[in-house]
Design a protein around this ligand. Sequence first.
Ligand code: MTE
Length: 313
Amino acid sequence: MPAYRPPHIPACEITPRAIFMSRRQFMGTAAASFVLAGAGGALAAPLTASPGPFATDETLTPKEAVTTYNNFYEFGTGKSDPSQNSQHFKPLPWSVKVDGMVGKPKEFGIEELMKLALEERTYRMRCVEGWSMVIPWIGFPLSAILDQVDPLGSAKYVSFETVVRPGEMSGQTGLFQPLEWPYIEGLRLDEARHPLTILAVGLYGETLLNQNGAPIRLVVPWKYGFKSIKSIVKISLVEEEPQTTWKNSNAREYGFYSNVNPAVDHPRWSQATEQRIGEGGFFKVANRPTLPFNGYGEQVAGLYEGMDLKANY
Ligand code: MTE
């Protein structure tokens, strides 16, 4: 079974400086055309948004770490693979189909989604591997599109699907396939409708880069990062709990709920503390206490009243 590997390399050492600098020089000239196109890709374009709720005032993780220290197995399992292998991925044209138990199924073009009221949401992100970041996302509440499709009373869960493109995603080719594709994630409908749950189209004032899930990805800040599925092409409202990729791959280690919980250890490591990427100088240590629901308990604990959160990991 594939398994997460705890990080050993500091994020700042991952992208060679020369590659990073040449990418930046390129950005200046190319940004204008991507603004017209409305979404990013291998290069980011400026994106404006109004300040949104729930912002943490904790120190932001440096943008270089957010864009070079990634998990996106469709481009490889190494932390630097997504930024290095996703240059030829095409996030445009793009659309997201919303179907299933809804009165008005709809396919949303990315241009239409980018015109929704965009907010900056600065959230903590805690990966199940034991590291965390603080990221200024730009996006809109998922409920903004769920409201448009008229969910039926029978809809209890929402399932999300990432694009499958072996021609552009090197992790989907070859003998070793770390996961089954498409990458699938899911939420209960009330989790999906929660105001903290967003679809992000940008970060740090720019459209998403391919490695971060261009052109559109989910962000659910009180759950482990693997729930925040990238490069979404389909959202389906369903009656039964969706068969999610990591749970299917190893149900003992990865649950459907996967709420951040310092009291429930991963079978192979403790979840009591975390390493904030960018902190701690040379000797990286996971010395920051992990908070229940990643610090969003006040907002979301009520969703799980009466549930045994140890059994329903
Ligand atoms: N989505 C897809 N499609 N494929 C992936 O491998 N990795 C997940 C999540 N979304 C993943 C994905 C994991 S494990 C994490 S921690 C976050 O994306 C990382 O997001 P980031 O690289 O933008 O920080």
